[in-house]
Design a protein around this ligand. Sequence first.
Ligand SMILES: NC(=O)c1ccc[n+]([C@@H]2O[C@H](COP(=O)([O-])OP(=O)(O)OC[C@H]3O[C@@H](n4cnc5c(N)ncnc54)[C@H](O)[C@@H]3O)[C@@H](O)[C@H]2O)c1
Length: 460
Amino acid sequence: MEQNKKIMQLNEFELIESIQSGNISICVIGIGRIGLPTALSFANSGLFTIGVDINSKLVEMINSKIFPLKDEPGYDVIFDKVINQKFYASTKIRDVVPNSDVIVLSLPTPMDENNIPDYSALLSVGKQLGELLTKDSVVIIESTVEPGFIENEFINSIENSERKLVAGKDFAIGVCPETANPGQIMNDFEKLPRLVGAIDDHTSNVIMKIYKHVFTVDLISMPNCKTANAVKLTTNVFRDLNIAFVNELAILFEKVGIDIMTVLEAAKSKYNFQVHYAGPGVGGPCLPVNSYQMINLAKKMGLNTLKSVETARIINESMPDHVIDLLHDAFIESGKSLENANVLILGISYKPDVKDIQITPAEVIIKKLKFLKINVLIYDPYFKSTSVFNLQTESNLIEALQKADALIIVTAHKEFHNLDPIFLKSKMKSPIVIDSKCIINYKTVKNSGLIYRGLGRGKI
Ligand SMILES: NC(=O)c1ccc[n+]([C@@H]2O[C@H](COP(=O)([O-])OP(=O)(O)OC[C@H]3O[C@@H](n4cnc5c(N)ncnc54)[C@H](O)[C@@H]3O)[C@@H](O)[C@H]2O)c1
């Protein structure tokens, strides 16, 4: 910032002028799936932005003008526009933070093998911020955390440094939880309202002014950080719960001989029904983790359990077993043995049309198939001719089909939407199809010669 006053000392008029003239400097720590588009948006709005990341290969790639998020439409163009002009990447947090007015954190918040939230990246950066923050800089946490984590743990990680900085006095802090959907981040950044919560009203106002300049979406002011984080978790846990509900119905409807997709399509006509779809499980870095964050919070607060959320997790985590049950059932009908069969997995991403396998149900299904001594083949348009889960992936769909005794559709990538039963029958070694996303047209299966099991459809 050129003027001497720090951002928190500016009056309303000076603040707006500073933002509009690109006179404040931004640092985004963690430039992965969410942080990089965020940093690019800041830079594209005219604010000088540096992205900091411990992944030196990623930083090198970005500074060599190679855009790493190929499945994120729109940001490639912005990247080309701002790289080495308004945006740079760096591994050197010590050089960048002291020269930044605003420090945005988009660090990972995964969970460990016992489903306990792992906030170590945030806490380790918090400790460094305690040594590096300049007076009156603003820290904004976009990472998803459980309500109360900022107030009870993260602020302490900054304040506990030798400098004994005090939040609200020496530095300002707030949250703006990220809610974008991978694969459509630009669309969501342009349309989805954002929540802002902060340690005090003045900080909240400063953050709102900056975000309004960058994102041009509605901003919703929250009374504090924990309420903003509670909203973010609530929306995702809601989805996890509703998916568990349809997954359970799917298993029931298979037994009754009802097609879940027909039910959901008609149910959508009721104004207060919000549709969710059944599937082989719920993956990704958000939904499963967010449910466990809520469960963790409940335990911390002395509640024994959060029954509905825990039950949803149990149901959603059992779905890979159900997919294998459908496979068993189809092999019984075919009279063939599953042992040593070639089973082709179509799609390993945790959701359609993105290159992302974090907590994907495909991994669980593959492990279970291997345990059953089944040869697993993988075809995914985003992972061609590479090694994933210790398997070499296929490069050509038709060649993969020719080797397959059965296939399991796990991810509804666009490339699989028009798979025709007669085409599959003509190409596959044996025509067994498990459609865990119900993407094959129900009506075309009959008389096609496929041995077909759709999740939530059962035998056709
Ligand atoms: N991906 C999503 O769908 C999504 C959507 C909304 C919110 N979120 C939340 O946003 C946050 C970031 O998620 P993401 O998907 O972008 O994660 P990511 O793993 O894609 O990116 C995180 C980046 O942080 C870097 N990093 C890790 N530790 C670091 C450290 N100590 N210092 C500097 N950099 C470090 C990593 O190298 C990585 O590049 C998480 O809290 C996540 O829950 C994610």
